[in-house]
Structures are given as C-alpha cells and as structure tokens.
Design a protein around this ligand. Structure first.
Ligand code: IPM
Ligand code: MG
Length: 357
C-alpha cells in the first residue's frame, strides 16, 4: 500500500498529520503501509516554483493512492493563475485521470444540532454527490482574456463535455446508486446550456443499462434549493464539475460542518486521491484548531475504494463515530458554550478509539 502524502498549505499539514497517526496504528496492526511526503500547492511553489512539482507528480503516479490536505493561501493570491496553488490540485486530478469525485454527505446523529438546518430536516441524512472532476468549465478551451471590438477587456471560459466523458461519469453515478438506495438524480442546466442538453440526453441513454436504478433529472438552481428544503429526497446526485463543486459545499453544511466531509477522486481503475472537501483555512492555520475528521474519513474512503478493504474503512469510521459519541468537538462542530478540543487532541482520540476496536 504505497501512499503519497501531500499536506499542502494552511491547515493542510496539521490535519494530514492526524490522518498519518491513524495510518501508523494500521501499520502497527500489520497493514503493509508505506508513505512518502511531497509538497503541492503553495508549498510546491515555495519548494520548486510550481504548484505541482515534477517530483510530486512522479511520486503520486508511482503510488497506489494519494492523501492530500488542502492548498491555497493569501501569500499566493497575487500569483498568475497558472502558478496559483489551486493549479496543483487541478493539475494532479487531470494528470492522474481522476474523473470521478465521490463526496458523501452523512450527518452523524451526534451532530444533528450542529447543522444550521432544523434537526428533523437533516437527521438521518446520507447522500452521495458524484462530481465529474476533469472536464467542464474548469478545463474547457479556449479560455482567457482578450479585448473585444469595442476596446473593452473581457474574460471567458468554455463549458465543454464530450459524450464519452459524460457516459463514464454517468456509469459511476449509476453504479454508486445501485450499491445504495438505487435512486440517481442527474443535475444540469438543460433549460439554458447546450452542454447540459447533451449531458441529459447522454445520462438518459446510459440509464437503459441500469433498469434497476430510478433516474431523475433536476436543474441545478432547483437542486440548490431542494438541498436545503428537503435534502433527504436525494440518494445519489451525479453532476458536472462546476455544479458539483458548488452543491458539495452546500451539502457539507447539512452534515454540520465542512470539516466533516471527506472525498475520493478516482480514475478508471479506482486508483485515487483522497482529500477533505474543505480548503486550507488560512485564518486558523497553525493554531491547532482545525477539525481533522474530514481527512481521517478520507483515509477511510481510501481503504474502501482503492485498497478494497471495507473492514479497515469501517474500523476508522467507527472510531470517528466513537469520539463524536464521547462528546469531543472541534470548534467547527461545537455548539455555543460547548467545550472544544484542538486538532491533535481530536486525532489522538481517534487513535485511542481505533486501538480499542
Ligand atoms: C474543491 C475545491 C477546488 C475545486 C479548488 C481548490 C480548485 O474547491 O475541491 O472543491 O474547485 O475543485
Ligand atoms: Mg470546492
């Protein structure tokens, strides 16, 4: 189990350190885990003048799986777009062909009160967003800036999907739904965008291969509204890169905090990059306040999807639930007045719970 560890920037190194503690327990228990660390994002820029250094990409390519923290920070905001930390993560997704991004939003019953939504709206929530990750307006060409005929400066990006790209992510959506509640909602903007009309046609055609899965379609604006109105209507959502980016942040708040949401980004053979869906939180970086649970839960996803070791995944998830049940809370999931613990206390508690399991 060769795992490349890319801590990144901001709170990235702090939260990844807690996940590494979990890996060490698993190694002591006999799993053949080998890790190597490399810089990405702003750290990559500092080390090698680029957000995705050559050596980091080579390490990730040679690994079975990648664990990432987060990238970005105010120090790098003034860099030109191609040198910004975000290009590190976008570049590695593209270079490794990680087209399928799984973002589960699960509300642990212990955190029902931490959500900003009423407990009865979110209690029992368990939805999965399947986000396409290597296409769409993130990567479409042409893009750039130009001066138009009136002498005005313009910026432009291209939303673009090919039929094979839509088909392969649709299949991941259907397969994911098949293994869960057998309901798939495809989210698009087919009332306005040509890309979305093709998306909807293609997903509908792929549906013929999955007669056991109930497919529905929803416009993205309505989906954004339905997610806060009645999120439990969803089982699996499949959508494009930009809509999935936005809807997964929205869904994270249903689960109490963005600090709780892990993700898996998979290629066609389930090699994967695993990362929390939250960012580098420069405002709290270096203070030991960040919630490491999304990163630890990302590690659980790594065992489930890449190493096909559901027992270890469940063991990690059970340990996380255990610490929540014990009442441990980082600031992001604490109720007003509740005592809070820091990043490493939370990680240590997960390690202790693991050792008991
Ligand atoms: C995410 C992030 C990234 C994205 C950024 C950091 C490039 O928001 O993983 O959701 O937009 O995909
Ligand atoms: Mg995002």
């Amino acid at each position: 189990m060769k795992i490349a560890i890319l801590p990144g920037d901001g709170i990235g190194p702090e939260i990844v350190a807690e996940a590494v503690k979990v890996l060490e327990v698993l190694r002591r228990d006999g799993l053949p885990v080998v890790t190597e660390v490399a810089p990405i994002g702003g750290a990559g820029y500092d080390a090698a003048k680029r957000p995705l250094p050559e050596a980091t990409l080579r390490l990730a390519q040679a690994a079975d799986a990648v664990l990432m923290g987060a990238v970005g920070g105010p120090r790098y905001d003034a860099l030109p777009r191609e040198l910004r930390p975000e290009q590190g993560i976008l570049g590695i997704r593209k270079a490794l062909g990680l087209f399928a991004n799984l973002r589960p939003a699960i509300l642990y019953p212990e955190l029902a009160a931490a959500s900003t939504l009423k407990p009865e709206v979110v209690a029992g929530l368990d939805l999965m967003i399947v986000r396409e990750l290597t296409g769409d307006i993130y990567f479409g060409q042409p893009r750039g800036r130009r001066t138009n005929a009136r002498g005005e400066e313009e910026g432009f990006d291209t939303m673009l999907y090919s039929v094979p790209e839509i088909e392969r992510i649709a299949r991941v959506g259907f397969e994911t739904a098949r293994a869960r509640g057998r309901r798939l909602c495809s989210v698009d903007k087919a009332n306005v965008l040509d890309t979305s009309i093709l998306w909807r046609e293609t997903v509908s055609r792929v549906a013929a291969d999955y007669p056991d899965v109930a497919l529905s379609h929803m416009y993205v604006d309505n989906a954004a509204m339905q997610l806060v109105r009645n999120p439990k209507q969803f089982d699996v959502i499949v959508t494009g890169n930009i809509f999935g980016d936005i809807l997964s942040d929205e869904a994270s708040m249903l689960a109490g905090s963005i600090g709780m949401l892990p993700s898996a980004s998979l290629d066609a053979s389930a090699k994967g990059l695993y990362e929390p869906i939250h960012g580098s939180a420069p405002d709290i970086a270096g203070q030991g306040k960040a919630n490491p649970l999304a990163t630890i839960l990302s590690l659980a996803m790594m065992f489930r999807y890449t190493f096909r070791d559901g027992a270890t995944a469940a063991r990690i998830e059970t340990a996380v639930r255990g610490v929540l049940r014990q009442g441990l809370r980082t600031a992001d999931i604490a109720l007003p007045g509740e005592p809070v613990v820091g990043t490493s206390r939370m990680g240590d508690a997960v390690v202790a719970a693991l050792q008991q399991a």
